[in-house]
Structure formats: structure tokens, C-alpha cells
Ligand binder design. Structure first.
Ligand code: GLN
Length: 468
């Protein structure tokens, strides 16, 4: 199915050459074959097949079906599906069942999309390699000793193994784009405010967006147009989000190359050289290409981790052992219940961020860290805005590294530093896409990132279509 776009699949469906059941069965087989990669935490086989046969029945009888009939989605374990377990890959939500659908899920179901299962990820979407999951790491199909990236590692692998059309992930600082780069797939984070976060487990609310991973820009475009738009349950969605995204653009686009990114000391030399060749050979041919000056790159990681930890510490205070999921036993007081439930329920990285966040928000350090973080964020927004006045899109790296080994020891700060290029769009709210541009000598994928002005996801998808 990999080479098939949704449009392709649907023409076969309506011609009677393929059935939705066949599509779903094919995907289920891929999940089975690749179960050792630990991409899925749960597979919703019966419901998926049931829905598929209902759709087949409608199609054979000439009845109308939705725009997503034939499209199958995997769902990252941070997005709520009614009556299904959702845990954020955390013990603290062990066996917690969502009483409602996230808005994006409702929209997909309304258009007859099928949900195939729940994918693995870093605990509460905090991480860059899927090793922070309560369910154990997901593995990269390109080398089972390699990480698939994170936090949406399972989502990226679900596309890599061809087990669905589009994977729903979340992106707070690169979590769909970096795993896409590590698995040779496409990942898009929409503009902040493009779609509803209702039903998405919150990590850092002013950064979080639901994002998509897939193989074809046109499938991402179709899905994005369906799941976007204002929502009574989320006031942060902008009315602009109701305007359709189009990737049909005639004008010759002007691209700004963030050379300071490609020349950054943290960049793997092979990724640097490959990307520069891609810019020279492919981009210069099709677009007007100029240098985009950006000298603030070293500020993005401290700013991102201060602010997201602050928001995480507030957001995760709701997991107290009383209301959701895991509850410690043999406790003698309410305080002990809180303490033990949180101590036993949260993993190491989540605790680190809660403590960091509480520290930077504390009255003694608020001005020194949180306030300065907010000021730095404003400076970054201003800078990217001014670049967007000059260019249609900015080209920069997505990750400085190739997928590392599953048992490689990496310090938390080193891991944070590997997010250096992916957090900028979340800090500033602009949409961004990661596309695969080739492979290394060892056969690992190389990705590149494109950032556009707010609400111009169409340009990102158009460039992706042009160059892939
Ligand atoms: N790696 C980043 C972090 O750990 C981004 C995660 C994300 O986008 N959810 O915060």
C-alpha cells in the first residue's frame, strides 16, 4: 500500500478492484510481521475490520461514504479515543480509559476514517528517542538496534512498516518531525492554533500541536484539511484555521537557507554535506534561494526547556493518584497518597521536568529563568517573523544526528541539545515539515526541515511535492 496515495486507494475502491477490508487486513499483517519493533501498544483489530466491512457494504451498494473512507490511521498514545485506554506511555495513567474522543478523532470518524491502534511514544511526549516509554522503546525498522526518534517513535514506525496511511502524533518540540527524519518519512507540525488540542494529553500547552506523519504530502494535506478548524472546546484555535489549505501555488517561491544551522558545530558532517548538495542541486533549480541570517540558534534549547518544563509542571499536577489512572496503595494520609502515586507513577525524565519546571516558576527564580525565557521567546518570534517577510519559507536542518543506538548512554543535556533545530517552530508557533532527502552511506535516512509563515502549510506541502 506504501506507494498508494489515498486518492489512488479510493479509485481502486470505487472501481471495485479493492475493498476496505483488504486494506485493513494488509495493514494488520504488517503490524503482526513487525511486532518486535514495539510500535503499537494496542491494536484495534476487531473494530477496524468491523468498520471496514460496513464501508465495503456501503460502497458496493452505491451509498455515499466520507472523504476518508479507505484511509487508516494510527493514534499516538496521547490522543483520546472514546472507551479506549490512553496513558501517555506512563504508568500514572495505567489502564485509564478515555470517556470521550479528541476533536481530531471525531472529525476523522465523521469522514469514515478507520483507527487501527495506539502507538508507542515517550512518556507524556517528553523525549527524543522513545526510550522514555513505560512500555519499553519502539525500534527503528532500518536497524533494530537503533532508535526511531521521539517522542512519536511508534507513530513514525507505524508509517515506516506500512501499517496505516497516516499516523496521528503530537509535536511540542519536534516530536513528529524528528522521528520522521529518523525513519525516512514525512512529518508535519501545523501552525499553532490550526487544530484543536481538545483530547490531547497536555505537555506544554503553548507549544503542543497535533501533527501528522505519512509517506505522501497529498495525504497529509487531505487529513490536515479535515482535522483543522475552530472548536468550542479549545479557544486557542484561530478562526483562520477554518480556511482550507491549498498546495496549488504557481508563483516561484523564495527560500531562505539558514546556513548558520547547517554550519553549526553540532551537525553531523555527512548530514551537512548531503543537505548542502541537496540545496545546490535540487532547490536552487526550482526556487530563488538566498541566505537567511539567523544568529540566535544557541538560545533556542535553553528557552525551550525552561518554558516547556514550566508548563509541564503545571499540566502534570492533575495526576495526583485521585482522579486518573494509577494510585499507590497502603498509604496513611492524603499527602502520602499524592507523593507515593506520583513517585511510583512518573518516570525519571518526567520527574526531572516537573522539578525543573517548579524551580523556574518558584518565586525566587521566576525572574531569572521563566521571565527571561518568555523574553527570549518573544525575540525569537520577532526574528522569524521578519524572515518570513523576506522569504516564503526557511530551510534548515531537522536534526544534527543520525539515529543512535538503543543502548547508547546519552546525558539528558546531550539529548536536549539534539533538539536544537526542531524546537524553533514550536517556540514561535510557525508550521514546519520534515522531508526525507536521501540516505547516508550506511543506509540511514537524511531529512531536512522547511518552516513557513503561519497558515501557509500549503507552501510546505507544495515544496515537499516538488522535491520528493
Ligand atoms: N524532544 C522534545 C522534548 O523532549 C520534543 C518532544 C515533543 O515534541 N513532544 O521535549
Amino acid at each position: 500500500m506504501k506507494s498508494n496515495t489515498l486518492q489512488n486507494l479510493r479509485s481502486q475502491l470505487f472501481d471495485g478492484n479493492l475493498s476496505v477490508c483488504e486494506i485493513v487486513n494488509y495493514y494488520l499483517e504488517q503490524i503482526d510481521t513487525h511486532s518486535s519493533l514495539n510500535a503499537y501498544i494496542e491494536v484495534w483489530k476487531d473494530e477496524a475490520l468491523q468498520k471496514a466491512s460496513e464501508l465495503d457494504h456501503k460502497i458496493t451498494n452505491g451509498k455515499e461514504v466520507g472523504k476518508l473512507a479507505g484511509a487508516v490511521f494510527s493514534v499516538k498514545d496521547v490522543i483520546c479515543v472514546e472507551d479506549k485506554i490512553v496513558t501517555g506511555a506512563s504508568k500514572i495513567l495505567d489502564n485509564y480509559r478515555s470517556p470521550f474522543n479528541a476533536t481530531v478523532i471525531d472529525k476523522i470518524l465523521q469522514e469514515d476514517g478507520i483507527l487501527i491502534g495506539r502507538t508507542n511514544c515517550d512518556e507524556f511526549a517528553m523525549g527524543s528517542d522513545n526510550r522514555n516509554s513505560f512500555y519499553g522503546p519502539a525500534l527503528n525498522k532500518l536497524g533494530e538496534d537503533k532508535v526511531p526518534g521521539g517522542s512519536s517513535g511508534g507513530a513514525a514506525v507505524s508509517i515506516q512498516i506500512d501499517s496505516c496511511l497516516v499516523a496521528l502524533g503530537s509535536d511540542t518540540g519536534g516530536s513528529v518531525r524528528q522521528p520522521a527524519a529518523f525513519t525516512g518519512t514525512i512529518g508535519i507540525k501545523p501552525t499553532y492554533g490550526r487544530l484543536s488540542r481538545y483530547g490531547l494529553l497536555a505537555y506544554a500547552s503553548s507549544f503542543d500541536q497535533i501533527g501528522l506523519i505519512g509517506n505522501h504530502p497529498e495525504d497529509l494535506l487531505t487529513t490536515l484539511n479535515i482535522i483543522s478548524g475552530t472548536d468550542i472546546n479549545d479557544g486557542t484555535v484561530s478562526p483562520t484555521a477554518n480556511e482550507a489549505i491549498s498546495a496549488t501555488i504557481e508563483a516561484k517561491l523564495k527560500l531562505g537557507i539558514m546556513n548558520s544551522g547547517f554550519d553549526h558545530h553540532s551537525m553531523d558532517p555527512e548530514i551537512r554535506t548531503f543537505s548542502k548538495q541537496f540545496i545546490e542541486k535540487t532547490l536552487q533549480d526550482k526556487y530563488t534561494v538566498e541566505n537567511a541570517e539567523f544568529d540566535l540558534i544557541d538560545y533556542v534549547i535553553p528557552t525551550y526547556y525552561i518554558l516547556t518544563s514550566a508548563e509541564a509542571s503545571a499540566n502534570l499536577s492533575r495526576y495526583d493518584g485521585v482522579r486518573y489512572g494509577y494510585r499507590a496503595e497502603n498509604v496513611k494520609s492524603l499527602n502520602e497518597l499524592y507523593t507515593k502515586s506520583r513517585t511510583q507513577g512518573f518516570g525519571k525524565e518526567v520527574k526531572r521536568r516537573i522539578i525543573t519546571g517548579t524551580y523556574v516558576l518558584s518565586s525566587g527564580y521566576y525572574d531569572a529563568y521563566y521571565k527571561r525565557g518568555q523574553q527570549a521567546r518573544r525575540i525569537l518570534v520577532k526574528k522569524i517573523k521578519s524572515l518570513m517577510e523576506e522569504f516564503d519559507a526557511i530551510i534548515c536542518p531537522i536534526t544534527p544526528k543520525f539515529p543512535w543506538s538503543i543502548d547508547e548512554k546519552i546525558s539528558p543535556v546531550e539529548l536536549y541539545m539534539s533538539d536544537i533545530f526542531s524546537v524553533l517552530p514550536n517556540l514561535t508557533g510557525f508550521p514546519a515539515i520534515s522531508i526525507p532527502i536521501g540516505t547516508s552511506q550506511n543506509g540511514y535516512p537524511i531529512g531536512i526541515q522547511i518552516i513557513s509563515n503561519s497558515w501557509e502549510e500549503g507552501k510546505l506541502l507544495k515544496i515537499a511535492q516538488d522535491v520528493l
